[in-house]
Design a protein around this ligand. Sequence first.
Ligand SMILES: *Cc1c(COP(=O)(O)O)cnc(C)c1O
Length: 352
Amino acid sequence: MENPHQKQMYNQFASDNYAGICPEAWEAMQAANVGYVSSYGDDPWTERACEHLRQVFETECQVFFVFNGTAANSLALASLCRSYHSVICHELAHVETDECGAPEFFSNGTKLLHVDGPCGKFDLAEVERVITRRSDIHYPRPKVLSLTQATEVGTVYTPDEIRAASELAKRYGMRVQMDGARFANAVVSLDVAPAEMTWRAGVDVLCLGGAKNGMAIGEAVVFFDRELAREFDYRCKQAGQLASKMRFISAPWIGLLESGAWLKNARRANHHAAVLEQLLAGIEGVHIMYPRQANSVFVEMPEAVAAALRSAGWNFYSFIGSGGARFMCSWQTTEQDVLQLVDAIRSAALVS
Ligand SMILES: *Cc1c(COP(=O)(O)O)cnc(C)c1O
């Protein structure tokens, strides 16, 4: 059969979900493809994947697997809130800008309140101002602080920053949820234990990304406070997020965690983003927008350069963050891909 993408000569940097399935995830899926196994998560693969996550996080967390990040975030937030509550997040947060209102939908009306802050990270004084500005019955009560790690603009919160955010939230009786679509990229960037960035820093629920790390599909919702996980299985089922052949979502987690590929993949993506950043910084007219701490580089460049790049066949987003172009590296990115992109940008900058 002819592969319609055979003509594709180079990688694209539009998103880390343009990449394929990494070998470790693929092999684990194949290993799970034997005989008959019971369904809906009641199987040895799913049990082993959960056990691995408990080891990685060094605690008896409760784990659920869902199909994608929008569902993970929305259902996690819905489980922490009542309909008259509110969630505080950064104005660039994926839950606010890229989930089509799913958090509000699945929580039957919980309102997202957004705050500003430099480099995709919220400013805590601003968070406190939003928490305390009203306490009357006409205002949706703040109940959850949601933070993204790594952030939408490729920066990371340090464990101290996460701890300070959690302390603030807890002081007002709020819970803390972390959108970890690129959690592995943050782990290798900070070089800290996953526990230090989550429950030891006050995070109650983590939505842990699998797809952008090298899996085909699947994210894990990790409850560090097991009491909060009560009846979450019903929530997943009602939302159409309970996979009947769950083993094919859970087995790749075993492959990624057992081999260490989840960190290897993230390290490689971060490394190539660092190289890209360094090379782009030397091109006249191109300006790096945020400190690169994970696997993306955001640049400002003249409109003519962006247009020339697009007409040369390069895809990239310019609606994420505050304008500019986002170039995202993945587990699959090679040094050669990076050099090809840099060449293309350099040529575009020269002619325009
Ligand atoms: C990609 C992403 C998600 C998940 O998105 P889905 O397309 O629903 O899987 C969640 N949060 C962030 C920050 C993301 O970049």
